[in-house]
Design a protein. Structure first.
Length: 95
């Protein structure tokens, strides 16, 4: 990825919600919610401390994370939509 987020920000590829239910019913795009899980694509330097150093974040590129609803901004990189989150908006990592 050509983008490097600042500080404790994380770029997440959230994919898309299913457009068809298991029983075959089509769900229009306006009715689907974005999933609250995604794959980490880029990570900033970490959390800035008072002494000017950075504390690295305990996630890695490629990790699958669960994040809070409404705690993100959309960005477009190379014609693909991603989310940019603060690390504190990430609830946890899926093992």
């Amino acid at each position: 990825m050509k983008f490097k987020p600042n500080g404790d920000r994380v770029v997440v590829d959230y994919g898309t919600a299913d457009q068809v239910t298991k029983s075959g019913i089509y769900i229009p795009e306006v009715m689907t919610q974005r999933p609250f899980t995604g794959k980490v694509m880029a990570i900033g330097k970490g959390k800035l401390q008072k002494d000017g150093t950075f504390t690295s974040l305990p996630i890695e590129i490629g990790d699958t994370v669960i994040y809070s609803m409404g705690a993100h901004g959309d960005i477009v990189i190379d014609d693909k939509k991603y989310l940019i989150l603060r690390f504190s908006d990430i609830i946890g990592k899926v093992n």
